[in-house]
Design a protein around this ligand. Structure first.
Ligand SMILES: *Cc1c(COP(=O)(O)O)cnc(C)c1O
Length: 435
């Protein structure tokens, strides 16, 4: 399954209409948060990542408001892996979010922008001893434990350091999130979490181990979830687990509900926040626990785009639109068969006659393809296109494959554009190599 979405591909007008941060101006062309993308391309070159601070803030506040409307004692921990740029981490920190990290590098990034250790949750199936020690030394708020073996390892390290490690056990709820196979994490066959049947004994063990303070239960069932159904099922299982643990005399203070909140990559609505919050309240609202949420994609995905220029159009029996952006910038289509909207920036082209095109990058891989058979107007060399909804799992996954220097990134704040990552100079490609 490439995609949960099964409807017809939206046309350009539908893509535009479903994205309030985008507008098509008669003279300036496609604008993002009111800034003309042609002006950004002229100033900073392409390919360039363009992020909208206003969109990020609006999305955070919408989620906060939906949780508050249900009176949920829920703290939002931004999942750093979706987009780990310091400017973006700082933005969510100032809005009041904690951080969810999956490596010590992400932990240090969050610390770098001022997130307190206590506001950071550390997840992941393979944390090294060095990573655990570093996180404990900086007062990590919670380590989500993914196995019995890891619990023993943390206990040994914490006891040796003379500290108490606050842990949650990550339960694998064995729920199908109904999402792409490569981003589902809550099935028994996945590598993540601990089987529900093993949690009660392991929780008791945690309570008796030196250097361990069990705080509660965590779960995260997958990514890009558009329906509340898998959440309702997983959270009901988590609530039952909290009840079972308390019945055996354990204290459970925290329930970490994970992330996975899905966005509309086509013209479908994203996960309905009010329905999601109501689902959370019904399943776990009465437990008297501190709730944590770990959204990544939801907060940043639609708040970013990748702006690229057309190098040329190559015509064989097909039409190929060859961009100056490639899979080394945006890997999601190659990795997950992900669908991203592609909009021409020029207003005349936007309204022009369309024919099918494969939109590709210059890399020597057939997987370097952003779209196949996409209905698009003629896109002459030098014209620009925007690859939409690439704020999450975009720049963080990019590489220098084919010795392609890292793209620049800019942040739009209150209608002003600021460079937040300079384009890499070619000589910097090998600057850290030893001959
Ligand atoms: C990736 C991840 C998240 C964030 O997922 P999104 O789909 O981006 O919301 C949250 N928690 C954990 C444990 C993760 O691995």
């Amino acid at each position: 399954m490439a995609d949960a979405f099964t409807g017809p591909e939206p046309d350009l007008a539908a893509l535009l209409a479903s994205r309030p941060a985008l507008s098509m101006q008669a003279r300036e062309g496609l604008c993002f948060e009111s800034v003309p993308l042609n002006a950004i391309a002229d100033q900073y070159g392409t390919p360039v990542w363009v992020y909208g601070a206003g969109s990020m803030e609006a999305r955070y506040k919408a989620l906060r408001a939906a949780l508050d409307a249900e009176n949920l004692p829920a703290h939002i921990h931004y999942a750093v892996k979706a987009n780990d740029h310091l400017a973006i981490l700082g933005l969510f920190h100032r809005l009041g979010a904690g951080a969810d990290v999956v490596s010590i590098g992400e932990f240090l990034r969050a610390r770098r922008v001022g997130v307190a250790g206590a506001e950071i949750v550390y997840s992941g199936v393979g944390k090294s001893a060095a990573e655990i020690e570093a996180a404990l030394a900086q007062g990590i708020g919670q380590i989500n434990v993914e196995s019995a073996e890891e619990l023993e390892m943390i206990s040994g390290i914490a006891a040796r350091m003379g500290v108490s490690a606050p842990v949650a056990l990550r339960m694998n709820p064995d729920v199908d999130a109904g999402t792409h196979a490569k981003i589902t994490t809550g099935l028994a066959e996945n590598k993540f979490g601990i089987a529900a049947a093993e949690i009660p004994a392991l929780y008791a063990r945690a309570a008796s181990l030196p250097g361990i303070k069990p705080r509660g239960i965590a779960l995260h069932i997958g990514s890009q979830i558009l329906s509340t159904t898998p959440y309702a099922e997983a959270y009901a299982r988590a609530a039952a687990m909290v009840g079972a643990l308390r019945a055996q005399g354990q204290s459970v203070e925290v329930l970490d509900l994970g992330g996975g909140l899905g966005i509309g990559y086509h013209d479908e609505p994203g996960l309905n926040l009010a329905a999601f919050a109501a689902t959370v309240r019904r399943a776990v609202g009465g437990l008297g626990v501190q709730l944590l949420l770990e959204p990544g994609r939801y907060l940043v995905g639609p708040a970013g785009l990748l702006l690229a220029s057309v190098i040329l159009q190559k015509r064989t029996e097909k039409r190929f639109v060859v961009l100056d952006a490639a899979m080394n910038e945006l890997m999601r289509p190659a990795l997950y068969e992900a669908w991203h909207g592609i909009l021409p920036v020029d207003p005349a082209l936007f309204h022009g006659a369309q024919s099918p095109a494969d939109v590709v990058g210059p890399i020597c891989e057939s997987a370097d393809c952003f779209a196949e058979g996409r209905a698009l107007p003629d896109l002459p060399p030098g014209t620009r296109v925007a690859l939409l909804d690439t704020g999450a799992y975009g720049a963080v996954m990019s590489s220098a494959y084919n010795a392609r220097p890292r793209a620049a990134s800019v942040l739009i704040e209150h209608g002003q554009t600021r460079l937040i990552t300079p384009r890499q100079a070619p000589q910097d490609l090998w600057a850290d190599e030893i001959v």
